[in-house]
Design a protein around this ligand. Structure first.
Ligand SMILES: Cc1cc2nc3c(=O)[nH]c(=O)nc-3n(C[C@H](O)[C@H](O)[C@H](O)COP(=O)(O)O)c2cc1C
Length: 399
């Protein structure tokens, strides 16, 4: 009988790649929590095309290069970065693991990379700073009550956060329909979802001790019912502000002395404007396919944005990155680093802090191997010549 390439769900230490961690997390957390992480907006076309766009790109190796002494180290804003990764801001991390934000931040600190804390974190930003340390960045949503942004910026500066990341692509909240199906009403699970929770005692037990996760950063700033993480994603749409504009970027630049990045840039003209307003970096992102559906993939527009502003700013890219080869492609096309969203969340759901460490170690090892296979010794040797697109021209050339 021929061998079947069926994969059993491995234990954490035996997980060979991010997909193994995804499947392990799927088994360990209730379905509603898995769906919250996994889902994209509406038809999930953006979600799928983030992967498809990366898969269309092929790598062109050079051969017979001595690559024994190779390294994946780089520099970010003048500081050494052991590998070209950052952990992306993700809200409601306490739904995957009782101490989710701290577990992610500690794993990032151990790897020497920045961790970005979401406005919708389930741990206070001050507690993440005192319990995890490391390089901390703060992500900011500007909500309808502008006093909240003012307060978060003040607190992040006081707690020593080194960068502020202004997320601009959630001015109107995306509709993640699979996520919404888990709730009967804001904060209320369907009976079948509640029964599924009971079937995951390993996930539930720590929550019985610590209580249900809450949006701790926003306690005292939003109404108490809006800070419950269960169903928060159904309540938050009411608080996002469709009026955010470039004036908010100007305001942030005046308030914030540290590094300022705008997240959600995809258009070269917007990139130009952000740089002109004094932003230190841009995160090219479509929010991992959770906002606008049928949106371009950041990797597709990266070359245009490099042409527009590449020499004047620091470009970070995210959305769909799951392999070392994906990271090599983005770096070759001009990104300085990649933000990891679901890749590290799968690690968190699969095994808390050790799971996140495992995810980071897998990606670092993969990138190091890819670098060698490409005949490169350092990330600086990755250039656009290493990447080929498999896409046929959309229209035949004239003549
Ligand atoms: C569960 C989840 C929650 C997220 N929450 C936030 C958030 O609070 N703020 C933010 O700027 N982006 C948020 N994002 C988007 C991520 O920062 C990042 O852009 C995205 O996950 C990258 O795509 P990937 O998951 O395919 O790597 C979230 C993404 C996920 C998957």
């Amino acid at each position: 009988m021929p061998w079947k390439r069926q994969r059993r769900v491995p234990r954490l230490a035996a997980a060979l790649n991010i997909e193994d961690l995804r499947r392990l997390m799927q088994r360990r957390v209730p379905h509603f929590a898995f769906e919250y992480v996994e889902g994209g907006a509406e038809d999930e076309a953006t979600l799928r095309s983030n992967r498809a766009a990366l898969e269309r790109l092929r790598l062109l190796p050079r051969t017979l290069v001595d690559t024994r002494a190779r390294s994946v180290r780089t520099q970010l804003f003048g500081r050494a970065l052991p590998a070209p990764f950052l952990i992306a801001p993700t809200g409601f991390n306490g739904m995957l693991h009782a101490d989710g934000d701290v577990a992610l931040a500690r794993a990032a600190a151990a790897a020497g990379i920045p961790f970005t804390l979401s406005t919708f974190s389930t741990t206070r930003l001050e507690d993440v700073a005192s319990r995890a340390g490391g390089r901390l960045w703060m992500q900011l949503y500007v909500l309808t009550d502008r006093a909240i942004a003012r307060e978060l910026v003040r607190r992040a500066a006081a707690a020593g956060y080194e960068a502020l990341v202004f997320t601009t692509d959630a001015n109107v909240f995306g509709s993640r329909e699979w996520d919404r199906r888990s709730y009967r009403a804001p904060g209320r699970l369907h009976l079948r979802t509640a029964l599924d929770v009971l079937r995951h005692p390993g996930w539930l037990a720590p929550l019985v001790r610590t209580g249900l996760p809450r949006l701790r950063n926003l306690e005292g700033l939003l109404a108490p019912e809006a800070t419950t993480a269960l169903g928060g994603s159904t309540l938050i749409p009411k608080f996002v502000d469709a009026s955010i504009s470039w004036d908010d970027v100007k305001w942030m630049r005046e308030q914030w002395r540290g590094k300022l990045l705008v997240k959600g840039i995809l258009d070269p003209a917007d990139a130009e404007r952000a740089v002109a307003l004094g932003c230190d970096g841009l995160v090219l992102s479509n929010h991992g396919g959770r906002q606008l559906d049928y949106c371009v993939a950041p990797i597709e527009v990266l070359p245009d944005i490099v042409r527009a502003v590449g020499s004047r700013t620091t470009l970070i890219v995210d959305s769909g990155f799951r392999r070392g080869t994906d990271v090599a492609k983005a770096l070759a096309l001009g990104a300085r680093a990649v933000m990891l969203g679901r890749a590290t969340l799968y690690g968190l759901g699969a095994g808390g802090e050790p799971g996140v460490r495992h995810a980071l170690s897998l990606l670092t090892t993969e990138l190091d191997r890819v670098l060698g296979e490409l005949g490169c010794r350092s990330l600086d040797e990755l250039d656009p010549g290493r990447v080929r697109s498999t896409t046929a021209p959309e229209f035949p050339p004239p003549g």
